[in-house]
Write a protein that binds this ligand. Structure first.
Ligand code: SF4
Ligand code: SF4
Length: 442
C-alpha cells in the first residue's frame, strides 16, 4: 500500500513503525474471509482491509479520530485472525493498537461511554474492587432484562456475564514461593494478574499443583499485578505502560535474584501482551532491554508443560473435550498444538471446534462494550461446539471461559485444570458431577 507521510511525520517513531506496517499490505483482501466482524456484517469497513484504510487516512492526515473511524475500530475484536491469514505479514495488532491510542487521545466519546470505560479500567484491574463488583452484580443480576428493556444493553451484558456464585477466595499470593515436590528441576514465575484470581482461582491453583508435582518451583513475584493488557486494548496507553513497568520490575527482581526458567501465564490474553512488552517499550531507554528480556522469557503454561514430559494416559475418566482455541493463543501467540497434544497425551478425546478461527466474542471488554456482536459470535461458537457433543470444553483464557460459560450448559474449564486432574490432582469443580456419574457407571 502506498503511503504519503511527510518526513516530519516519519520522525515520530510510532508513525514510522505504522507506516512500515501499512506499506506491507497489498490489499489482497484474504483477511476479510476470516474476520469475524466482516463475516457477521459484510461491510468492508468492518474488515481488516477496510480498517487499515481508515487508520491510514487518520494517521496520514494527522487528524483527530472521526466518529466513523471510532465506530469501525471499536467493532474490531483484536482477535488477530487477520494476522494468521495475511500472506504479507501485516502486523495488524501493532497498527490497531496505535489507532486505539490515537482515538483515546483525540476523540471525545459520549459521557456515559466515557464513564463506563473509566469504570471498567479502574475496577477490572483491581482484584479487591472487582470482587466487590461481582458481589454487587450477583444481587442485581436478575434485573438484567429490565436494563435491556431500558436500552442499557451494556449494563445488561455485564450482569449476564457475572458468575452465579460468590467468588472463591484467592489462591495464590504475591511474594509467595511454592516449592517443588522432590528434586527441583526448575523455577518459574506465574502471573497472578487481576481478573483471574477473582473469577477462577482454581486455574492457578491447578497450575501450581501440577508444576510442583513435576519438580518445578513456582513464585508469584512480590509486587506483581495486572499486566496492562485490559487497558492497553482500550487505548489507555499511559496506564497500560505503567502497569507493565510494575510487572517488568517485579519479574526482573526474580530473574536477577534466584533466577527463572520462564514467566508462565495461564491467561492467553495477558500472555500475548507480555510477549509484546519488548515492542511496547522499544523506544523507552530505561525499560527497552528489561522489557525485551521479560518478553523473551514469557510462555503460555502449555508451552512450558509440553517440555515437561507429563505422564501419558493418566485420565481415569476419558472425557470428550472440545478444545476452544482462544484467539490470543492461536492467532496472538501461535500456540496451536501444545494444548491439544497435552490433553490427548493424558488420555482425553480431543475434538477441534468447527470454525475454530472465529472469536467467541469475549475479547477483553468487547462483550460488555459491543454486546450485540459479542452475543452473535458466542451463539455461533456455542452451536459449533455443541455439534461435537463434548463432555466439557477446554480453553486457555479466562475471558473465553466466562463468555462461553454464560452461553452453554456444557462445563467449561481451563486446560491446565484437566491436565492437573489427569496427573493426580482433584476433579475440576465444574466436572465433579460428571466425573461422579462416569465413575459409578464404570
Ligand atoms: S483483529 Fe479480528 S475483528 Fe479485528 S480486523 Fe482482524 S480479524 Fe477482524
Ligand atoms: S491479507 Fe494482509 S495484505 Fe491482504 S488485505 Fe489483508 S492485511 Fe492487507
Amino acid at each position: 500500500m502506498q503511503t504519503s507521510f511527510t518526513p516530519t511525520q516519519l520522525m515520530d517513531p510510532q508513525i514510522a513503525s505504522s507506516e512500515k506496517i501499512l506499506r506491507a499490505c497489498v490489499h489482497c483482501g484474504f483477511c476479510t474471509a476470516t474476520c469475524p466482524t466482516y463475516v457477521l456484517l459484510g461491510d468492508e469497513l468492518d474488515s481488516p482491509r477496510g480498517r487499515i484504510y481508515l487508520i491510514k487516512e487518520m494517521l496520514e492526515k494527522d487528524q483527530p479520530a472521526t466518529r466513523e473511524v471510532v465506530k469501525h475500530i471499536d467493532r474490531c475484536l483484536s482477535c488477530l485472525a487477520c494476522m494468521t491469514t495475511c500472506p504479507s505479514g501485516v502486523n495488524y495488532m501493532h497498527l490497531v493498537d496505535h489507532a486505539r491510542e490515537r482515538i483515546e487521545k483525540t476523540y471525545k466519546r459520549p459521557l456515559i461511554e466515557r464513564a463506563l470505560r473509566a469504570l471498567l479500567a479502574r475496577v477490572l484491574v483491581d482484584p479487591g474492587l472487582f470482587r466487590l463488583a461481582i458481589v454487587a452484580g450477583l444481587i442485581v443480576r436478575p434485573l438484567a432484562p429490565v436494563f435491556e428493556l431500558l436500552g442499557m444493553r451494556r449494563v445488561a451484558a455485564m450482569l449476564r456475564l457475572t458468575p452465579r456464585r460468590r467468588p472463591a477466595p484467592p489462591f495464590e499470593q504475591t511474594g509467595k514461593v511454592y516449592p517443588a515436590k522432590g528434586k527441583r528441576r526448575g523455577r518459574v514465575a506465574l502471573l497472578s494478574g487481576c481478573i483471574n484470581p477473582v473469577l477462577a482461582p482454581s486455574t492457578n491453583e491447578a497450575a501450581i499443583r501440577l508444576l510442583n508435582r513435576h519438580g518445578i518451583e513456582v513464585v508469584v513475584a512480590a509486587g506483581e499485578a495486572c499486566c496492562g493488557s485490559l487497558v492497553h486494548h482500550m487505548g489507555r496507553e499511559d496506564e497500560a505502560l505503567s502497569q507493565a513497568r510494575n510487572n517488568i520490575d517485579a519479574w526482573t527482581r526474580e530473574l536477577d535474584g534466584e533466577g527463572l526458567d520462564a514467566i508462565l501465564v495461564t491467561v492467553s490474553g495477558c500472555g500475548t501482551t507480555i510477549k509484546d512488552y519488548g515492542f511496547l517499550f522499544r523506544n523507552d531507554r530505561a525499560y527497552a532491554s528489561k522489557a525485551a528480556r521479560i518478553s523473551a522469557g514469557a510462555r503460555d503454561i502449555t508451552e512450558f508443560l509440553a517440555k515437561l514430559h507429563l505422564p501419558a494416559g493418566g485420565a481415569s475418566t476419558p472425557l470428550t473435550i472440545a478444545y476452544h482455541a482462544a484467539c490470543s493463543l492461536q492467532h496472538g501467540q501461535n500456540v496451536l498444538r501444545e494444548p491439544k497434544d497435552l490433553l490427548s497425551k493424558v488420555g482425553f478425546v480431543v475434538k477441534d471446534v468447527p470454525e475454530g478461527h472465529l472469536c467467541c466474542g469475549s475479547a477483553g471488554t468487547y462483550n460488555i462494550m459491543q454486546p450485540a456482536l459479542a452475543e452473535q459470535l458466542r451463539a455461533r461458537k456455542v452451536a459449533n461446539i455443541e455439534l461435537l457433543k463434548p463432555d466439557a470444553i477446554a480453553a486457555g483464557n479466562i475471558g473465553c471461559i466466562t463468555q462461553l460459560a454464560a452461553g452453554t450448559a456444557i462445563p467449561v474449564v481451563h486446560t491446565v485444570e484437566l491436565l492437573d486432574w489427569a496427573t493426580g490432582g482433584p476433579v475440576p469443580g465444574p466436572l465433579a458431577e460428571l466425573a461422579g456419574r462416569e465413575a459409578s457407571a464404570g
